[in-house]
Design a protein around this ligand. Structure first.
Ligand SMILES: NC(=O)c1ccc[n+]([C@@H]2O[C@H](COP(=O)([O-])OP(=O)(O)OC[C@H]3O[C@@H](n4cnc5c(N)ncnc54)[C@H](OP(=O)(O)O)[C@@H]3O)[C@@H](O)[C@H]2O)c1
Length: 292
């Protein structure tokens, strides 16, 4: 298989960091983001996906075979409060990419396209987003599905890692409990959390295999967020008594959350011979990497 030249958007984000970690040295990557932290400056180009000129320049310069679109406005409550901005970043930008690039676009979507009444969900279950974020991600899928060019959409859910530089659920739980800080975690949001590194590996396989269509991918374990925090505490030998359970409604967040979310992964696993990663193995790998 010949290595492809892959242009990655949003490459300074959580999933982008994992793609950097798992990439094979012989493949050709162009990493881009709108704001680049100093440590990534030498390896990342500035590209704002809301700016057609910025996209056009990089495409002319680099001539990729494929775009891996990880860029998005992912702050769910922020999207609710700023729907126009959310639409510009999450939907209009995908139109920009599609109009300016005729090759394969691999795009990431979410189980927030569902209402969370009956998860986990299959690919052909009816969508019903509850939030602006969920609606923009659904609209982004439709942009690609209706435009006619080659695309692969991967819906995933609760993407996690312990990232040093960014807010993350695992980091929040580990750091709070290590500091003896009590935390409150919702026990009514159900998902199959997905380790960034596992997802990044699968995305690169899908690109190499020229995958097309819409698929669901997530981790092997279906559990609620409170149970997830316990699994993290157990793995890092931290005090579970510091974790108290609350319900989502007590958080009074701007955006409604789907409660029984999550994704069935049997279609993608059958087609590409994937196996979803058990949470225990992902947490082991994170712990080992942190050297704790
Ligand atoms: N995290 C999850 O649990 C989850 C679950 C399901 C699906 N997803 C999807 O997975 C994808 C990757 O998510 P992630 O967790 O890696 O999110 P992330 O950490 O927020 O990364 C997104 C990146 O996109 C960048 N970005 C924002 N606006 C941009 C623009 N105009 N041009 C170029 N880049 C821009 C962000 O920069 P700033 O930080 O500077 O804004 C950030 O670096 C997204 O499509 C998301 O919707 C995530």
């Amino acid at each position: 298989m010949t290595a492809k030249r892959i242009l990655v958007t949003g490459a300074a984000g959580q999933l982008g960091q994992a793609v950097r970690d798992v990439r094979s040295p012989e493949a050709d990557f162009i990493f881009t983001d709108v704001v680049i932290p100093p440590e990534l400056t030498p390896t990342t180009e500035v590209m704002d996906i809301t700016d057609r000129k910025s996209i056009g320049n990089i495409l002319d310069e680099t001539q990729p075979d494929c775009i891996l679109n990880l860029a998005a406005m992912t702050d769910v409550d922020g999207c609710e409060l700023k729907p126009e901005l959310a639409n510009r970043i999450n939907v209009e930008s995908v139109k920009n990419l599609r109009e300016l690039f005729s090759g394969l676009i691999v795009h990431i979507s979410t189980d927030y396209v569902f209402d969370g009444l009956a998860g986990p969900y299959h690919e052909d279950d009816p969508v019903h987003p509850l939030s602006v974020y969920g609606q923009t991600k659904r609209d982004s899928e439709l942009v690609l599905q209706n435009a006619g060019g080659p695309f692969c959409i991967i819906r995933t859910n609760v993407v996690f890692d312990y990232t040093r530089t960014r807010a993350s659920f695992v980091k929040w739980v580990v750091d709070s409990l290590k500091a003896g800080q009590p935390i409150r975690v919702v026990d009514d949001q159900w998902n199959n959390p997905t380790w960034t590194v596992d997802l990044a590996e699968k995305l690169l396989v899908l690109i190499q295999r020229d995958a097309h269509g819409l698929y669901h991918y997530g981790g092997a374990d279906y559990l609620n967020r409170y149970q997830f925090s316990h699994r993290i505490a157990d793995k890092f030998h931290l005090d579970k008594a510091l974790i108290s359970r609350i319900s989502t409604s007590e958080l009074n967040q701007a955006a409604p959350r789907p409660l029984k979310g999550g994704l069935h992964t049997d279609t993608i696993c059958r087609k590409f011979n994937f196996a979803p990663l058990p949470l225990n193995e992902a947490l082991d790998a994170i712990k080992q990497r942190l050297g704790t």
